[in-house]
Write a protein that binds this ligand. Structure first.
Ligand code: ADP
Ligand code: MG
Length: 238
């Protein structure tokens, strides 16, 4: 497990600054939710934490270690995307074990970790299936399983439930809350769904045009939004 620290993190694409100096400390085991309008930089921020995108300026610390210039594979982070990005020709078990396969882990270890993840996610009965033989919710669980097998210190979720219908979204939201309780791992979660943000977060970070507008516990933001922009995202009725 690991905490996370963002220190004056900036990102420019050419002349355009899309992240304008973000400072944030996330405690070990916290569940932090990022909300904000489309294009405000949520995915870019996650991608920088994951190391899929370089920072233009600032530092990123994971578990107290400066990882700003470190390879994604060494950061102890796993990311779950909106599009599950499963390999269609591989079984559920092979998809889930793939990151360990790539890391050349021994077969016994891969089998054991896949079995453990399948148990947590109630996928034991589906390990031999192909992705096309699964429902959307099951596919997203496989994508989460692929993250779990890596035993990351931090999980990053980029709108993981956006492609699911309303009923499945509620189910998966409950599963993600349970996963957090069970694993106790730090989670950073991007969503545009207010209910997801309110129910999952220990703290919500409201982003606007690449900067933090306000940070606080869900009820704190709900009852005391600094401005109408924050109120618009957290939904306090006034
Ligand atoms: P969000 O996830 O909040 O919708 P993004 O992080 O995807 O926002 O994008 C933030 C801004 O950065 C947007 O204006 C987007 O067009 C821009 N952007 C993202 N990736 C790139 C890129 N690779 N090159 C240029 N601009 C980009
Ligand atoms: Mg995005």
């Amino acid at each position: 497990m690991a905490g996370l620290s963002l220190q004056s993190v900036r990102k420019r694409f050419g002349e355009t600054e899309v992240i304008g100096g973000v400072d944030l400390d996330v405690a070990d085991g916290e569940f932090v939710v990022f909300v904000g309008p489309s294009g405000c930089g949520k995915s870019t921020l996650l991608r920088m934490i994951a190391g899929l995108e370089r920072t233009s300026d600032g530092r990123i610390l994971i578990g107290g270690r400066d990882v700003t210039d470190e390879d994604p594979a060494k950061r102890g982070i796993a990311m779950v995307f909106q599009t599950y990005a499963l390999y269609p020709h591989m079984t559920v078990a092979t998809n889930m074990g793939f990151p360990l396969e790539m890391a050349k882990r021994p077969k016994e270890e891969i089998d054991r970790k896949v079995a453990e993840a399948a148990k947590i996610l109630h996928l034991e009965a589906y390990l031999g299936r192909k992705p096309r033989e699964l429902s959307g919710g099951q596919r997203q669980r496989v994508a989460i399983g692929r993250a779990i097998v890596r035993q990351p210190g931090v999980f990053l979720f980029d709108e993981p439930l956006s492609n699911l219908d309303a009923e499945l979204r509620v189910q998966m939201r409950i599963e993600i809350a349970r996963l957090h309780q069970e694993l106790g791992t730090t989670m950073i979660y991007v969503t545009h769904d207010q209910i997801e943000a309110m129910t999952l977060a220990s703290r919500i970070v409201v982003l606007r045009a690449g900067r933090i507008e306000q940070v606080g516990a869900p009820l704190e933001l709900y009852e005391n939004p600094d401005n109408s922009f924050v109120a618009g995202f957290i939904g306090s009725p006034r």
